[in-house]
Design a protein around this ligand. Structure first.
Ligand SMILES: [Zn+2]
Length: 265
């Protein structure tokens, strides 16, 4: 039986003695760090050309054996690679290196200029599907998949606290939302959301770059997690709708109608 080690991803609550305790220089190794390390190694191999465009990555089982980690860590790593557009996962067939190899950072400005209208339409569709996913996660999610949602939320939160890069936060944000989609156990919904997230990856820069915004997202995620853990579907949908509305508001504030804020010239 595999422990999901979701418990170690949450910061310990209430077990540190009051007062300024001396910190040990040694730290527990969290699952977050394991999946991060896996992601780093695979990403380096792809960028070095060890896996070319269209190549299939080693299977989940092979990666579990190679890295000596849990399946949960491998999946989390693959999900974040998918989130930044490096790989594409086809359920039942495995993860493949994407053809689109250029970094999306440099393409972002131009992409947003061309697709402003679509971004908001896509965000609307994504919001509706995210609400449905949250409902399904409550109705169908088992203990392990709900624990994975809560772990993904905690991972995002600790990345925010440690000042992770926007690119990393984007990947973890998508990882959190896809954990919810996965818990809903609906393959079509999962695939649709996975596509939407990859179309929206560029626009997430706008949503996660403003100072204070990542922390705001983390607290909105926490409300979603609480509702899902409590098994409250209407509340989970509401918390999701609020999160998407708040993301939308940030994006609207940073994208003027004529695109002047996103033009590089
Ligand atoms: Zn989010």
């Amino acid at each position: 039986m595999e422990s999901t080690d979701a418990d170690v991803a949450r910061p310990p609550a209430g077990n540190s003695p009051a007062g300024p305790a001396r910190r040990s220089p040694l730290r527990t190794i969290k699952r977050t760090q394991r999946s991060e390390e896996i992601r780093r190694q695979i990403e380096a191999a792809i960028r070095a050309g060890d896996f070319g465009p269209g190549d299939r990555l080693p299977s989940e089982r092979e990666l579990v054996e190679t890295f000596g980690v849990s399946r949960v860590s491998v999946r989390e790593a693959i999900r974040s690679l998918e989130a930044i557009g490096l790989v594409r996962v086809y359920q039942g067939r495995g993860a493949f290196v994407n053809d689109r190899r250029s970094g999306f950072g440099e393409q972002m400005t131009r992409w947003l200029e061309l697709h402003r209208g679509e971004v908001f339409e896509l965000l609307g569709v994504r919001g509706a599907l995210d609400e449905y996913a949250a409902q399904l996660a409550v109705e169908r999610g088992d203990r392990a998949s709900v624990a994975a949602i809560s772990a993904a939320g905690a991972t995002f939160q600790s990345a925010v606290e440690s000042g992770a890069s926007t690119e990393e936060l984007i990947a973890l944000d998508i990882g959190f939302h896809m954990a919810i989609a996965e818990a809903g156990d609906n393959r079509l919904l999962y695939d649709l959301l996975s596509d939407l997230h990859s179309y929206l990856a560029e626009s997430r820069y706008l949503a996660l770059q403003p100072p204070g915004r990542p922390a705001q997202s983390a607290s909105e995620h926490a409300l979603m997690v609480d509702a899902i853990e409590a098994g409250d579907a209407p509340l989970a949908k509401l918390a999701t709708a609020r999160h998407i509305a708040s993301v939308r508001a940030v994006m609207e504030a940073h994208m003027s109608p004529d695109g002047q804020n996103v033009r590089s010239a």
